[in-house]
Every structure is written in structure tokens, then in C-alpha cells.
Design a protein around this ligand. Structure first.
Ligand code: M6R
Length: 608
């Protein structure tokens, strides 16, 4: 949730760190700070609020040095404030650290240190760690890490500088990601690849409890037991442009507009479009595994969970395979029944969501095969799963997920078709026809984006509304859940997703004159039912928009229709989400919200 960056080399570290923090601001943005080794002493600047406050502070009160660490924070322990911002230093001002994650036993550790006479100045769990380092420090930081790390419960990614070795950064991780980058200009550490991509494309991914000792011209790695280890770097070939706004007002808008390309790239990754055949080597299940499966469980959080719901519905319907979707945050606490022939797909854009990692580990421990549907190669989830189902969406920066969701849903559609075919539920011809439908989606998505003015105008009339209902049946209900999440997340309008058939069992009481109801109507076999549900809302004063293709006259009679290009019902939600994303975007824009960095949220939730 927070961001870490550090540099040690021959150049001034401040520029490297501030640039890295700028790229990480989407990870957390309630305060930021930097610690620099200045002539053998640690200089610290911290500021509450957005990164620009820190930049102004550093401009007014400069720091200069060749080794330093920086942090952008999303508060967990202690309110956002200058004091609680990272880096934190020990009482003697000899060690400074930045930390992502949560130290779950910090209260006990703090009490112990206080009893030994150590005075704390912040409310954070991180300060406990730096005070422990100082208390147990003998003559070397590496030994100190081995002494203190076993005392820490919870999750951490740590970057540490120590006055005794002024050109060295120590770093380690447990449950929170951390990478080390090599470059000609010096070496870097970071919590996320975009932070250092400008300088380094040769990245080392730290495994749990590994320690890296990073010097200007050397990087050494040690395992949990203190053994020196040799690690291979991974070359990252992302385009730097991908981490820029490219002339769009917001990352979210750029990412919405990237969707036709993301769909095409993801499709190409899994499907040979000339032969209209699925690339077998990309799929997680061999024909015999697919036939032997008794159950497929999908797991994710937030938007990834919504993609999973779509996936489980398609897998059950097309492949006639029992399939469920669980929230990762609930999975490990519900004492799940795991079948003998059950497999899992864990879904995560970032690959670093703490709850999803825990679910993955639990599923693996049961002996089941686990595939990861993930957008970040090298992330914890991508590395730990038995097989990676990669979404070719490129870096997603806006907190509200758009293109990653579309790519996730598309891969799940391909998986459902594949399983259906392998289990004898779809003929070769039917599979080809399904793939051909998918292949037509990027162009249709492009056409839909051209309708943005209409949505923008609608938002300009509705942006003051107090609540919105998103309703639908079957796949459209899951679509409604995602549409409602987008709306509440960035426009802060109370948005409820409801299964349309359930309206009259309670929520209809909330519909009054002018209540906005967005009805998802992509499933033709229940379109008449939807028309009745819409009518129920309309006669109570609701203003209804229906989103779908080829609407029936009955539907047109009861709602304003936002029409989609003609599309197979099974795949229609992938198009219908686009106007819903644009609608959320323009509502938020009208309301003056901070679209890319909505209040109280962070891009990846690496704490439980
Ligand atoms: O990185 P992940 O896909 O694991 O993240 C899961 C959720 O935190 C994420 O989808 C969240 O709900 C988004 N902000 C939704 O737009």
C-alpha cells in the first residue's frame, strides 16, 4: 500500500528517490519522506499530504548525498502526519528505515523497549523496528537484521541505511514485495518496478526473508539462515511510456482507452487467431486434467473478485464444471472444503494483495493445482502459483482497476471455452465460433469508446445524485457489482449492486422520485424479466438507463437505452463494462474528485 525507493551510487540520490516516489505515489499518498546520508550523518525530510509537499520542503531545505531511501505512505498505524511519515530514525539518529506492511506485535515490542527507557516519538509500528535495530546493534547491520527480524510478526518490506556504513542500503522482505535494480549509475531498491524502471531493467526479486546488501557497485544476497546466495536478475521490457499519462487527463481515462489494445494483446497471447485455436501451452490444464476436474474455485479481492464471479459463472455454464468464486479475504477463515480434484485460479492485478497471497498458499497447501491470473510478472502471486495466466494489460496505475479487469475477464472466457471443449461440451466448430466472437471484441470496444460524449453529457446532468442502483441478472449481476464498485470508488456516490429479481424483496423501498437505476441488460433470455424489474423501479419514480445490445421494444419502452454493438451474450459484459467505467469517470470528474488517487484507497493492498 505504501511505496519504497532507495538509491546508492555516484550521483546525488535525491533526484533518483523523488522521481521514484513520483511513480509510486499511486501506492499511498497521505505523506512522504526521504532520508539521505549527508557527510556521514542522516538527514531526513518528511511532509504530510501529497508528494508535492515533500518536494517543496526539499527545495526549501535541500538534502545532498549519494545514498538514501524514500517512502510514500498509506497510513495503517497512526494518523497521516509529518511525524508518522517514514523514514523513521532511532533515538541516536544513526539508523533510518522505510517500511511497507504491518508489524502485528508492535505493541508488545514497543512496551518492552519503553520499559528499557527508549522514548518513541511517533505512533507507528515502523518506529518500533528502527528502535529495535538500534537497541540490538553490535557492530554490523547485517547481523542486527538476523537478530531482530525473527522478533517481527506480520509483514514487512524494509529499506535501511546505517551511519556506520554510509554507502550501503540493506533491505529485506516478508509478505510485502521488494525488488533490487542494477544500473550503471548505481543500484536501487523499490517496492514496485515502475519506481526504478527509468534507471534499471535488470531486476532481482527478493524472496521471503532474503536480505540484500546494496552498495554502489555491488549487490550481495543472503538467505534467511545467513548463507550467501547467488540470484539471477530478470530483464523487464515494459515500455516506459506505459507509466506516463500520454496526454490523457488521468491514468484512469488512459487505461479505459487502452482496453481495445489490451483485449487484442491478451487474446493474441492465448489464441492463434489464424488457426482460431487456443495455444495449449498457455493454458493451465492439460486435456486429462480438465477432464478429471471436479471443481474449479476462483479467488480474488475487489475487482478481481468480480472478474472471478464472471469466470465461475461461465465455467459452470459452458463446461458444466462445478465452479465457485470466493473472496480472498474470507477464504482462509471459512475453513473451506477442498475437493480431491479441485483446482484454483487466484486472480490479482498486482500479484501482491495480502489476502489473495494467503488464499493461494492455503490452496497450494491442500495439494491442489493453483494458477495465477495476474498482471505483474515477478510478483509474489505470479511466482508462487503453479502456473501463470498472464494478463497482457501493461502497468495499471489508476487505483480504480479498468483494463486489468477486462483482461482478467477475457482470459476467464478463454479458459471457460477451453474447459468446455476439453470436457466435450463444445465441438471444434463451436469453440472456433466462440473464439471468433472474442476476436471481434477489440474492434467493438473501440466503437463503444466513441460514444463517450453521450455518457459525459448524461453525467453532467446526474452528477449531483445521492445514490445509484446497478441491477442485473446472472452475468449482468456480476457486471453490476463491478460497475457499482467503480462508481463508489472514484465518485464517492453511494452505489448498490442488486440482483434485479431481488429488488422487490426489499431494496425497492429505497427507490424514489429521480433515483438513478443503471440496468445491465446483456442477457437476452432474461431481457423480458429485466424489462419487468425496470418497470417496477420506474413506476416508483426511478430514472432508468438500460445497457445492452439489440434491445427489445419492451425494454426501449421502459428505459433510456445505451446500446452496445451486437455481441454474443456470453461475452457481452466485457463490452458493457466500458460505458460503466466511463460513466464513473465522468461523474467523478464533474464532482471534482481525485480520480486516480481516490480518498482512503491505495493501488495494491499488501496488508490484511
Ligand atoms: O491487485 P489486485 O487485483 O489483487 O487488487 C484487488 C483489489 O484491491 C482491487 O481490484 C480493488 O478493488 C480496485 N481498487 C478496484 O478498482
Amino acid at each position: 500500500m505504501c511505496g519504497i525507493v532507495g538509491y546508492t551510487g555516484q550521483k546525488d540520490c535525491v533526484e533518483f528517490i523523488l522521481k521514484g516516489l513520483t511513480r509510486l505515489e499511486y501506492r499511498g499518498y497521505d505523506s512522504a519522506g526521504i532520508a539521505v546520508m549527508e557527510k556521514g550523518r542522516i538527514g531526513v525530510r518528511k511532509a504530510k499530504g501529497r508528494l508535492k509537499n515533500l518536494k517543496n520542503l526539499v527545495e526549501d531545505n535541500p538534502l545532498k548525498g549519494r545514498t538514501g531511501i524514500g517512502h510514500t505512505r498509506w497510513a495503517t498505524h497512526g494518523e497521516p502526519s509529518d511525524i508518522n511519515a517514514h523514514p523513521h530514525v532511532d533515538v541516536n539518529h544513526q539508523i533510518a528505515i522505510v517500511h511497507n506492511g504491518i508489524i502485528e506485535n508492535s505493541y508488545v515490542l514497543r512496551r518492552g523497549l519503553e520499559q528499557k527507557g527508549i522514548r518513541f516519538i511517533s505512533e507507528t509500528d515502523t518506529e518500533v523496528v528502527v528502535q529495535l535495530f538500534a537497541y540490538y546493534y553490535k557492530d554490523d547491520m547485517l547481523n542486527t537484521l538476523y537478530r531482530v527480524l525473527p522478533m517481527l510478526e506480520g509483514s514487512f518490506a524494509l529499506g535501511v541505511i546505517d551511519q556506520h556504513r554510509p554507502d550501503t542500503i540493506y533491505c529485506t522482505r516478508k509478505g510485502s514485495p521488494l525488488i533490487v535494480g542494477e544500473s550503471k549509475e548505481g543500484n536501487l531498491i523499490a517496492s514496485d518496478i515502475p519506481a526504478i524502471l527509468e534507471y534499471s531493467r535488470d531486476i532481482y526479486f527478493l524472496e521471503e526473508m532474503e536480505i540484500a546488501v546494496v552498495e554502489p557497485a555491488a549487490i550481495r544476497f543472503y538467505d534467511e539462515m545467513g548463507n550467501f546466495i547467488k540470484k539471477e536478475s530478470s530483464h523487464i521490457d515494459w515500455d516506459m511510456e506505459a507509466a506516463e499519462k500520454d496526454g490523457y487527463a488521468h491514468f484512469m481515462l488512459k487505461e479505459i482507452y487502452q482496453q481495445p489494445k489490451v483485449l487484442a494483446d491478451t487474446l493474441n497471447h492465448y489464441v492463434d487467431l489464424e488457426k482460431m485455436a487456443i495455444r495449449r501451452e498457455m493454458m493451465p490444464f492439460s486435456p486429462s486434467e480438465a477432464q478429471a476436474l471436479d471443481k474449479l474455485t476462483l479467488i480474488g479481492c475487489g475487482t478481481a473478485y468480480h472478474a472471478g464471479l464472471m469466470g465461475q459463472s461461465l465455467v459452470s455454464r459452458l463446461a458444466r464444471l462445478q465452479s465457485e468464486c470466493d473472496m480472498a479475504s474470507e477464504f482462509r477463515y471459512k475453513d473451506p472444503i477442498i475437493e480431491k480434484n479441485e483446482a484454483f485460479v487466484v486472480i490479482s492485478q498486482s500479484g501482491e494483495t495480502a489476502d489473495t497471497i494467503a488464499a493461494l498458499r492455503l490452496a497450494k497447501a491442500s495439494g491442489s493445482k493453483v494458477a495465477a491470473l495476474c498482471n505483474v510478472i515477478g510478483s509474489t502471486i505470479a511466482r508462487e502459483a503453479h502456473q501463470l495466466l498472464y494478463t497482457v494489460a501493461g502497468p495499471e496505475i489508476a487505483v480504480a482497476s479498468t483494463k486489468a479487469y477486462s483482461a482478467q475477464v477475457l482470459v476467464l472466457m478463454i479458459l471457460a471455452l477451453d474447459l468446455a471443449h476439453l470436457r466435450g461440451r463444445l465441438s471444434d466448430e463451436e469453440l472456433k465460433a466462440g473464439l471468433a466472437e472474442l476476436a471481434a471484441l477489440p474492434q467493438k470496444a473501440e466503437a463503444l469508446l466513441e460514444q463517450k460524449e453521450h455518457i459525459q453529457y448524461f453525467a453532467s446532468r446526474q452528477f449531483n445524485c445521492k445514490k445509484i442502483f446497478f441491477i442485473g441478472r446472472l452475468l449482468d449481476f456480476y457486471l453490476a457489482m463491478e460497475a457499482a464498485l467503480k462508481q463508489k470508488e472514484i465518485s464517492y456516490i453511494h452505489s448498490e449492486a442488486y440482483s434485479a429479481g431481488e429488488l422487490k424483496h426489499g431494496p425497492l423501498a429505497l427507490i424514489e422520485e429521480g433515483t438513478l437505476v443503471m440496468a445491465m441488460t446483456t442477457q437476452h433470455h432474461v431481457m423480458d424479466k429485466m424489462a419487468s424489474n425496470i418497470q417496477e423501479a420506474r413506476v416508483r419514480g426511478g430514472t432508468v438507463v438500460a445497457v445492452g445490445s439489440s434491445p427489445t421494444p419492451e425494454l426501449r419502452a421502459v428505459a433510456e437505452v445505451w446500446e452496445l454493438p451486437p455481441v454474443d451474450d456470453r461475452f457481452a459484459p466485457l463490452l458493457a463494462i466500458i460505458p460503466m467505467q466511463l460513466f464513473a469517470y465522468y461523474m467523478a470528474l464533474q464532482r471534482g474528485c481525485d480520480i486516480d488517487k481516490p480518498r482512503n484507497l491505495a493501488k495494491s493492498v499488501t496488508v490484511e
